[in-house]
Write a protein of this length. Structure first.
Lengths: 158, 114
C-alpha cells in the first residue's frame, strides 16, 4: 500500500520557508507506483507553472527514476519501499527518489551513445533523465540503496 | 492508454500502426511480441508508424532497437514512419537517428523498400 506522509505539501523551515513546500510519500515496489509518482510530480509542477513540454520531460525523468528504483533497486520486493520527496519552490521543483536496494554505481552503466552500444536493448534511462532535468545526482542511499536527486528550474523552462 | 497496435499490408510492406504509450510493461511487450511474430512469419519489410504514439520510455526505445535487430537478423528491414517531435527528440538524444531510417510520409517509406 502506498503511504502519503502528511496531508498535502508541508511548509519547510529555513530562510525561504514561505516559498518552499515538501511532500513525502512511501511507495510500493510496483509499476503502479511509477504512475503514482509521475502523477504526484506533474501535479506539483503544474502548480508552479511548468509548461507542457517541460511537464513531459519531468514526467519522463520521474518515470525512468522510479523504474530504476522499483525494478533494479528494490527488484519488486514487497518488503522494500521507494521514498519519494517532491519540493516546490517558486522557481524550481526538486524530486528525490530513493530505493532500499543494494546500491548502484552509475559509472557501471555502459555508455549508451558509444558506437558499439547503440543496439543494446537497455541502459538509456540515466541518459534520458540527464537530458530532461537541470540537475541530476545519484547518491548512496541512507542507510542503504540509491538516492537520485533531480532539479528542474522554471526559469530555464522553454 | 497503453499501446494499441494493428498491422496491414501495403504491397509487400507490412505497416504496423501503433497508438498510445510504449512503456515498460504491457505496452512494450505487446509491441515486441507483434514484431517478433511478423519476423518469424517471414515478413521482411516492416514499417512502424508511430504517428499516434504519444509517449515512449527507455523500455519502449529498447523494444524498438530489439525489434530492429530481430528483423535484421531475419534478413529483413525495419523502418520508422511519422515520428512526433517528442519521439524525434528521443532518437536524437539516444543517437538512434543513426540506426533507424525515418520517413515523414508513408508512400515514400513504402517505396524505399523496393
Amino acid at each position: 500500500m502506498n503511504i502519503h506522509l502528511g496531508r498535502g505539501f508541508a511548509q519547510k523551515d529555513g530562510p525561504h520557508a514561505e516559498a518552499m513546500a515538501e511532500r513525502k510519500m512511501l511507495l510500493d515496489s510496483t509499476l503502479d507506483s511509477v504512475e503514482v509518482a509521475e502523477t504526484e510530480v506533474l501535479g506539483a509542477a503544474r502548480e508552479i507553472g511548468f509548461h507542457e513540454d517541460d511537464l513531459h520531460q519531468l514526467g519522463m525523468a520521474v518515470r525512468e527514476s522510479m523504474v530504476n528504483a522499483v525494478v533494479h533497486g528494490n527488484r519488486y520486493n514487497a518488503r522494500k519501499k521507494v521514498h519519494l520527496s517532491v519540493t516546490k519552490e517558486i522557481d524550481r521543483l526538486t524530486i528525490v527518489i530513493a530505493d532500499e536496494g543494494d546500491g548502484f554505481d552509475p559509472n557501471s552503466v555502459p555508455d549508451p551513445l558509444a558506437e558499439g552500444n547503440l543496439l543494446r536493448q537497455s541502459g538509456r534511462g540515466l541518459l534520458l533523465i540527464r537530458a530532461f532535468v537541470d540537475e541530476f545526482q545519484v547518491l548512496p542511499g541512507q542507510p542503504r540503496g540509491t538516492e537520485v536527486r533531480m532539479v528542474k528550474y522554471l526559469a530555464k523552462a522553454s | 492508454m497503453s499501446v494499441k497496435i494493428s498491422h496491414r499490408q501495403v504491397g509487400d510492406v507490412t505497416v504496423v500502426d501503433a497508438a498510445g504509450r510504449i512503456t515498460l510493461g504491457e505496452g512494450a511487450s505487446v509491441f515486441r511480441d507483434l514484431i517478433r511474430d511478423l519476423a518469424a512469419k517471414g515478413n521482411k519489410k516492416i514499417l512502424i508508424n508511430l504517428n499516434e504514439v504519444s509517449y515512449i520510455d527507455s523500455s519502449g526505445i529498447g523494444e524498438m532497437v530489439s525489434s530492429f535487430t530481430t528483423v535484421t537478423n531475419h534478413g529483413g528491414q525495419l523502418k520508422l514512419l511519422g515520428l512526433t517531435k517528442r519521439v524525434k527528440d528521443l532518437l536524437q538524444i539516444t543517437k538512434l537517428y543513426t540506426v533507424f531510417e525515418v520517413f515523414e510520409d508513408e508512400s515514400s517509406a513504402v517505396r524505399s523498400f523496393a
